[in-house]
Design a protein around this ligand. Structure first.
Ligand SMILES: CCCCCCCCCC/C=C\CCC/C=C/C(=O)SCCNC(=O)CCNC(=O)[C@H](O)C(C)(C)COP(=O)(O)OP(=O)(O)OC[C@H]1O[C@@H](n2cnc3c(N)ncnc32)[C@H](O)[C@@H]1OP(=O)(O)O
Ligand SMILES: Cc1cc2nc3c(=O)[nH]c(=O)nc-3n(C[C@H](O)[C@H](O)[C@H](O)COP(=O)(O)OP(=O)(O)OC[C@H]3O[C@@H](n4cnc5c(N)ncnc54)[C@H](O)[C@@H]3O)c2cc1C
Length: 609
């Protein structure tokens, strides 16, 4: 499809999905499933996952009563317009202004510079009638920082932009189809007025007289919509990883290469230890991210209930966990999808493998809802704060509870003696805790050598990110272990999940061996025992690998991959796909007479000379 056709077709699908949701009707969970089967980014994502939650989280009761019924019936369509051309990560650096005019009781929205243009919001370019806009609030000449406003963008009769608004699509993005179904947009305000009651005023307010009443709750609640979406992105990482792994595993069982004895059948590539060493940790990650996603959903629900009761104590941890896990799982999934493409050899590069499109549509997850490095630095700040409070009498809780055992974890030596010890959950956990704590403490010690803490933080950014990643990996490993301790139906299933859990943990040790050795969390002998155990686990997973991806229950239609077909009938179907290509409509291609023939003729002429 051309960009226009793709965009229009996505509108068609979105509206059809919305119709089904209402007619059947579908529950919230079923509607989310439908979104996955629709399988294309579109305006519904932003309307439901950001616009509506932003009003719910930041609007007053009156604002919710006014706007939510309209949004819930989709009589208005909204998006989330925060990022600008000049600033995305640095939210406090946004430039759009919302200046209160006491004469008219309105805010004047203005884009003072080119860099202040809103740039990127999905659904903004062509579809949305409304947006939650983030702008600097100015009253009586004073800048109160960034706040949210509900703004009508387009005329409800003919969809034209309202006077004072310039709006459009930012252009083609990475990949052929991928995210191009979405109208990520730009927007500029030229002294555009909105009534005062369209500032989202649950947290802070502006009175009729123009007095600014700051929030008596943490201002970070304004970032609540991002926390909510980051949480859902973690479960989505599992879904995308599982999809790529399903394709690569099934194809690796079909594909044969080398190893023929006396003209016999060749070896299935899934039997090569190198293939297993690349593939099975990704299979394990798909399960691991699913379990940590379930736990994160619980954490998010818990913090939401606490916030409703004005208990803000766990907000920093919820922010650190959602930011860190969003970052870690999306980076691993993007890399994992690309690895799956390579695991499928040359055919993985074909569009009909399903992997190029999956990569193109997935990879921006490393950037949207917060650049992954910027988010890990938030985790690092949280860790540095926690380390600095050790010994102050305030016991670390939740995911940093292990830091409360700092004395032990800083000096303990791993008691792994034989390969099977690596199947002991307590020993594995302690290894990850020791590594994470020692990396965090090492950063804190290095930071303390700087007179200026912020300067020190800047200098140590790379180490801080590594420490944050170590902490996040510990969370994933520990939640996998907790899952295994709970009820899992079927002994066989539990054994398989145990194998995957240890593969997940041991491959991380292998991958980040430098961290584990340099922090003395393990010795080089224990590292080689881990590798030995890993190989044995691969052997145990091998006979069940296809069943473990079948368990994701993805239909062929959803996978969209010739290589990942359930029936394994890959080669005839590759031919079928190839023959469908428009280039094969004719035997002699268009352009032959114009370019190829004259070239060949010229060659023949010169050969004769
Ligand atoms: C085919 C299938 C496709 C897959 C389909 C899957 C669908 C998946 C769902 C997708 C849904 C929608 C699609 C995505 C659309 C994308 C939308 C966007 O990208 S919206 C824009 C997102 N923008 C960002 O994320 C910006 C990143 N930056 C920030 O969040 C902040 O600016 C930050 C955290 C970097 C720094 O904040 P700030 O500038 O305020 O710094 P401060 O120093 O002032 O921080 C103060 C203090 O606050 C703490 N803090 C920061 N954020 C939060 C928070 N969210 N909650 C709680 N606390 C927070 C910070 O740590 C500081 O704490 P302190 O104790 O003072 O150190
Ligand atoms: C597909 C897609 C959809 C999007 N949808 C929306 C939307 O609906 N609404 C919306 O408002 N926005 C949206 N965005 C914007 C998105 O949220 C931002 O692009 C994102 O937050 C990253 O910000 P940035 O572009 O400013 O990156 P930058 O911050 O400019 O990042 C560039 C580089 O600088 C590094 N960097 C930046 N700051 C630091 C630092 N302090 N320390 C170390 N390194 C640093 C980063 O790691 C990165 O390598 C979307 C983006 C994409 C790609």
């Amino acid at each position: 499809m051309t960009r226009k056709e793709l965009f229009k077709n996505t509108l068609r699908k979105s509206v059809h999905a919305w119709k089904l949701i209402n007619e059947l009707p579908l529950s919230d969970d079923e509607s989310l499933m439908l979104r996955h089967f629709m399988d294309q980014p579109g305006f519904l994502d932003l309307h439901w996952r950001m616009f509506v939650p932003a009003i719910k989280g930041q609007g007053t009761e009156e604002q919710k009563q006014k706007w939510l019924p309209l949004a819930n019936k989709m009589q208005i369509i909204g998006c989330y317009a925060q990022t600008e051309l000049g600033h995305g990560s640095n939210v406090q650096g946004l430039e759009t202004t919302a200046t209160f005019d006491p004469q008219t009781d309105q805010f004047i929205l203005h884009s003072p510079t080119q860099t202040s243009s809103k740039w990127w919001p999905g659904g903004l370019g062509k579809v949305s009638t409304h947006a939650v806009i983030y702008a600097r609030l100015i009253t009586d000449g004073k800048d109160h920082g960034v706040h949210g406003f509900i703004v009508q963008l387009r005329n409800m009769d003919d969809h034209s932009p309202l006077p004072g608004i310039t709006i459009g699509d930012i252009g083609v993005k990475f990949g052929n189809g991928a995210y191009n179904s979405m109208d990520n947009g730009f927007l500029m305000f030229d002294k555009f007025c909105i009534p005062r009651d369209q500032m989202l005023m649950r947290l802070s307010k502006v009175t009729r007289e123009g007095k600014y009443v700051p929030s008596d709750v943490p201002r970070q609640l304004m970032y609540g919509t991002m926390v909510s979406v980051r949480q859902t992105i973690v479960s989505n990482a599992s879904i995308a990883m599982a999809r790529a792994v399903c394709i690569a595993t099934r194809y690796s069982a079909v594909r044969r290469q080398f190893g023929s004895q006396n003209g016999g059948i060749e070896t299935q590539v899934i039997d090569y230890k190198t293939q297993q060493n690349r593939l099975f940790p990704l299979l394990a990650s798909a399960y691991a991210f699913r379990f940590v996603g379930e736990w994160l959903k619980w954490l998010y629900t818990d913090v939401t209930q606490r916030l409703e009761a004005s208990d803000f104590a766990t907000l920093p941890e919820a922010h650190a966990c959602t930011a860190g896990l969003k970052s870690m799982t999306t980076s691993a999934t993007s890399d994992g999808i690309e690895e799956c493409r390579k695991l499928c050899g040359g055919h993985g590069y074909l569009w009909c493998s399903g992997l190029p499109e999956l990569f193109a549509v997935y990879v921006p997850a490393c950037t949207y809802e917060g650049d992954n490095v910027v988010l890990q630095l938030q985790v690092a700040r949280f860790l540095m704060k926690t380390v600095s409070q050790l010994g102050s009498g305030k016991a670390p809780a939740g995911t940093t509870a292990y830091m409360g055992r700092a004395k032990h974890l800083l000096q303990c030596r791993s008691s792994i003696r034989k390969a099977e010890d690596w199947l002991n959950p307590a020993m594995v956990l302690e290894t990850f805790e020791a590594r994470a704590l020692r990396m965090a403490v090492s950063c804190a010690n290095n930071l303390s050598k700087f007179e200026n803490q912020e300067q020190g933080f800047s200098e140590l950014l790379a180490d801080l990110v590594e420490a944050a990643i170590a902490h996040c990996q510990l969370i994933v490993v520990s939640k996998f272990i907790v899952k295994l301790e709970g009820e899992i139906k079927g002994k066989g299933v539990k054994n398989q999940l145990k194998n995957l859990c240890y593969i997940y943990a041991l491959h991380l040790i292998h991958k980040h061996l430098g961290d584990f050795l340099s922090t003395n969390s393990i010795t080089s002998e224990q590292a080689s025992l881990a590798n030995h155990q890993l190989r044995s686990l691969y052997t145990q997973v091998r006979p069940n690998a296809v069943a473990l991806v079948d368990a994701f229950d993805y239909t062929d239609h959803y996978l969209g991959s010739v290589l990942g077909r359930y029936d394994g009938n890959v080669y005839p179907k590759l031919f079928e796909e190839a023959l469908k290509d428009p280039l094969n409509d004719t035997v002699v291609p268009d352009g032959y007479h114009e370019y190829i023939r004259p070239l060949i003729k010229q060659h023949l002429r010169s050969a004769r000379l």
